[in-house]
Design a protein. Structure first.
Length: 307
């Protein structure tokens, strides 16, 4: 299937103190078959002028430097806004701790071309260091509980059965969107900062009338959580991970009015707190408690529209 001359893709890559991961990702993008794309690198206030270093090594990219860390949502929104201003027909969000197969972009575009009502597709995402195991084959949403489930999570690729039904949500790790879907549904909800912003965006895009699909022949590999993993006294994951996860889970169910989800998730997070107390991980305990408080009581804002 041929693409029209109007097909153009802006690949948004957000870097935050992830120089080596971003280098590897950009190296893999140099091998991509489909050539009508441009990488827009948004440096999210990294230390040591990482954006400048990457621009020197990869002069073909367009560099945008933020003065501070705007989070996953805010950083990507800067890149998305630039891409829409430049007239790109499609926008692809891609985590910097990924590496891609050369045909991944063409396969995703083919999936969109075969399904004109789709506004979003995601690829099959495998673990970078275990390429026979699935990291994500898309997302399922349980509306009564306000629970987001990752399909294929940790499953061996050989055992996984792909469904022909549409996805409920696509992961922000890698998602290709049409310009029309973004303009109609709005940008990422930057109040979320990081975590659940992709779920919220996907549900909003579906509400706007667009489908979401899995391009199972498009394959990328993910390091998984590179920006949030760092060894410290309480383990590997930062307490901030738990804070944003808890806070944003409550943001989402408040935004959607899923009242039955409150006791369900509150019980989950109280059990987390009990576990952290027993293990003596008090920073994480406090992070979950703060996440519950802020998630329940912080005023909710609206996602921005473009332009």
């Amino acid at each position: 299937m041929a693409f029209t001359s109007e097909t153009s893709v802006a690949i948004i890559l957000v870097n935050w103190n992830g120089l080596e991961f971003t280098k590897s990702c950009l190296q893999s993008l140099r091998k991509v078959d489909f050539q009508t794309f441009k990488v827009i690198l948004v440096d999210n206030g990294s230390q040591n002028q990482e954006g400048v270093t990457l621009k020197k090594a990869f002069p073909e990219i367009h560099l945008i430097e933020n003065s501070s860390n705007l989070g996953f949502a805010g950083g990507n929104n800067v890149g998305i806004g630039f891409a829409l201003e430049q007239g790109y027909s499609h926008v692809l969000l891609l985590n910097n701790d990924t590496e891609v197969e050369p045909d991944f972009l063409e396969e995703m575009l083919l999936k969109l071309a075969k399904n004109p009502h789709y506004g979003v597709v995601q690829p099959l995402i495998l673990f970078l260091h275990d390429k026979k195991k699935i990291w994500s084959a898309g997302g399922k949403w349980i509306p009564n509980l306000g629970r987001a489930i990752t399909l294929g999570d940790q499953e061996p690729l050989a055992d996984f059965r792909f469904s022909k039904t549409e996805l409920d949500w696509a992961t922000g790790c890698c998602m290709l969107l049409t310009r029309e879907a973004i303009v109609k549904a709005g940008l990422l909800h930057d109040q979320y900062f990081t975590y659940f912003e992709d779920v919220e965006w996907s549900l909003r895009i579906k509400k706007a009338g667009y489908g979401i699909g899995l391009a199972e022949k498009a394959v990328i590999y993910h390091e998984a959580g590179a920006s949030s993993k760092k060894k410290h006294s309480e383990g590997i994951l930062s307490p901030k991970v738990f804070y944003y996860h808890v806070r944003n889970q409550f943001f989402l169910i408040r935004q959607l009015g899923i009242w039955a989800g409150f006791p369900y998730h509150l019980l989950r997070f109280l059990l987390w707190m009990g576990y952290f107390m027993v293990r003596g991980r008090f920073q994480k305990l406090n992070a979950v408690a703060k996440g519950i408080r802020d998630g329940l009581f912080q005023p909710l804002k609206s996602a921005e529209k473009w332009p």
